[in-house]
Ligand binder design. Structure first.
Ligand code: GNR
Ligand code: NI
Length: 173
């Protein structure tokens, strides 16, 4: 397993549309292992493959609270079958938009079909944080970030901050 670098906005790679996997075998599982390790290392609750620069429709997630009771989830080629017409609001963050947070409205529940770590077809009904997180991750597969839902002004302020921070990081590192 390996910890990979998480790409941050602004980066055109994050805007790519990810492609479905044709199979779930050793190589794809190895990628999922790396994604999970990278996500835990960054203390995130979800990660899409494009965030480490791989344009494939894979999501890893762990929304469990306890450090010593991990519950990793893997979603390959996920498809949302149903979305609730009711929305709920969560304060979202994103490993690709470091240190920025905003309240985002999304359908409060959703049903998702996907392949698991072994390529078996699964379906879940998600609610609460799980529903929010799955939708946040599925947006990544379409090249969408949570800041895209903010006003033009808020979004541009965040991108400006991130660009400045990147310039600083380039000099320091
Ligand atoms: O770690 C994360 N926390 C989070 C909080 C609220 C809503 C969505 C998320 S996902 C984010 C990790 C990430 O960037 N996944 O793409
Ligand atoms: Ni994210």
């Amino acid at each position: 397993m390996a910890i990979r670098t998480i790409l941050t906005e602004p980066n055109p790679i994050l805007r790519q549309i990810s492609k479905p996997l044709e199979k779930v075998e050793k190589d794809q599982q190895k990628l999922m292992d790396d994604m999970l390790e990278t996500m835990y290392h960054a203390r995130g609750i979800g990660l899409a493959a494009i965030q480490i620069g791989v344009p494939l429709r894979i999501i890893v997630m762990d929304i469990s609270k306890e450090e010593n009771n991990k519950e990793p989830m893997f979603f390959v080629n996920p498809v949302i079958q149903k979305k609730n017409l009711n929305f709920s609001t969560y304060e979202e963050g994103c490993l690709s938009v470091p240190n920025q947070f905003a309240e985002i409205d999304r359908p409060s529940t959703c049903e998702v079909e996907y392949l698991d770590y072994y390529g078996n077809k699964k379906k879940i009904k998600a609610e609460g944080l799980l529903a929010t997180c799955i939708q946040h991750e599925m947006d990544h597969l379409e090249g969408i970030l949570f800041i895209d839902y903010l006003s033009k002004l808020k979004k541009s302020m965040i991108i400006k901050k991130l660009s400045k921070q990147k310039k600083i990081d380039r000099i320091v590192v």
